[in-house]
Design a protein around this ligand. Structure first.
Ligand SMILES: CC(C)(COP(=O)(O)OP(=O)(O)OC[C@H]1O[C@@H](n2cnc3c(N)ncnc32)[C@H](O)[C@@H]1OP(=O)(O)O)[C@@H](O)C(=O)NCCC(=O)NCCS
Length: 353
């Protein structure tokens, strides 16, 4: 990929151009950060606000993923300006027929062909890399027909041969959760915990837990209710976990991890909060929460979440919001989240084709 490409169809008339992101250019990285920040503010009411150096580190490949970043430009106020960012992820160890594609356009500049132009180029690169299945995620409003053909994300997905495989509800939680609320939830969970213990750590998995934690992460992906999405659960070997942790450290991502230890010494479940360790960050992510099927009914889900929220007060008092995605076929997790104070703000569709 080298020279800028003109967007197809109506977009060409509006002068959109798409080119590779120049990871050596602070201006390019800053422009991409602004596109992401505007989208996060609009969709979630907060921003992960990475620094330029963190975004540059984010663009690096690992032995498990290769990626390609694009920018879309329009003529604004007499000069070319970045209005959209495209990401293509090529998994190298599993899902090797797939390409993950993500076009994001600044909310102020939508409807001018930038989304179509980015996706066209992402799809071209995916084909060139020999990938035969596309996976993408689109945001749509909380209310209304999920398949409404007038929604921009649905239009874009359909144009490139993708269809809906899963719907997740996007929920946000204002921080901090009042300590009294956490104490109340803990008091209701504690009598059910029995001989289970909750362990916690930040960022790096303790050496002695690497193997067991890897099994838990794989189980999480096997169990994640995601309807018709085709996805192979990765093998989280100790090496793979360490590679991911090193990458997170370079990109400024921090993790707060809680794990439930069963009486037989195995891991029964976990919950993770991730956030960018950058001064301007206001938004974090509630990632995988899982309780293994044979350990359900001990209120471990509640205990795990209370634990990560108590850690948030210590490690990330600057965060104002967490966002999480729950498949609508996962009523248990939704109930725990709503008890904590999460509220639904939108929906996310996973498309494949
Ligand atoms: C989806 C998204 C990338 C579209 O960006 P965009 O620059 O507006 O895209 P385009 O201008 O190429 O428009 C795409 C389609 O949506 C329609 N559209 C765009 N904005 C619209 C609006 N405000 N109202 C109605 N339709 C709109 C366009 O008409 C076009 O459909 P058409 O070609 O059949 O006429 C953008 O909304 C976005 O960043 N959303 C968040 C991330 C996301 O959902 N990505 C989609 C992954 S498939």
């Amino acid at each position: 990929m080298s020279s800028p490409t003109s967007a197809a169809g109506s977009a060409a008339a509006t002068g959109v151009t798409v080119r590779p992101l120049d990871t050596g250019s602070d201006a390019d990285l800053e422009a991409v950060n602004q596109v992401h920040a505007a989208q996060e503010e609009q969709d979630f009411g907060g921003s992960t606000a990475p620094t330029v150096a963190q975004t540059r580190a984010d663009c690096a490949d690992t032995k498990f993923w290769r990626q390609q970043r694009l920018v879309a430009e329009l003529e604004l106020a007499g000069r070319r300006q970045v209005v959209g960012a495209g990401w293509l992820g090529l998994p190298l160890a599993e899902d090797t027929d797939q390409a993950m594609v993500q076009p994001i356009v600044h909310p102020d500049h939508r409807g001018r062909g930038a989304g179509t132009a980015l996706l066209a180029e992402l799809v071209r690169i995916a084909r060139e890399a020999g990938r035969t299945t596309l996976t993408a995620w689109g945001t749509i409003p909380l209310e209304g027909d999920v398949d409404d053909p007038s929604l921009p994300a649905n239009r874009l997905a359909a144009r490139f041969g993708m269809s809906r495989k899963n719907v997740a509800v996007v929920r946000v939680l204002d921080l901090p959760v009042p300590p009294g609320r956490l104490a109340e939830i803990w008091a209701r969970a504690e009598p059910h915990l029995g001989d289970y213990q909750i362990l916690s750590w930040t960022d790096r998995t303790p050496e002695e837990h690497l193997a067991a934690y890897g099994l838990l992460l794989r189980q999480l992906e096997l169990d994640d209710p995601d309807e018709d999405v085709v996805h192979e659960a990765p093998e989280y070997t100790p090496e793979r976990i360490r590679i991911a942790e090193d990458r997170k450290a370079r990109t400024g991502m921090r993790s707060l991890v809680a794990v439930a230890l069963a009486p037989d010494g195995t891991f029964a479940g976990n919950s993770v909060v991730e956030f960018r360790g950058s001064p301007a960050t206001t938004l974090g992510f509630q990632e995988n929460t899982l309780v293994m099927p044979e350990h359900r009914g001990h209120r471990l889900g509640y205990a795990l979440k209370v634990t990560t929220h108590r850690m948030l007060a210590e490690h990330a008092p600057q965060l104002r919001r967490l966002v999480t995605w729950n498949s609508h076929v996962n009523p248990w997790m939704i109930r725990i989240n709503e008890d904590l104070g999460y509220r639904a703000v939108g929906r996310e569709i996973t498309y494949q084709g």
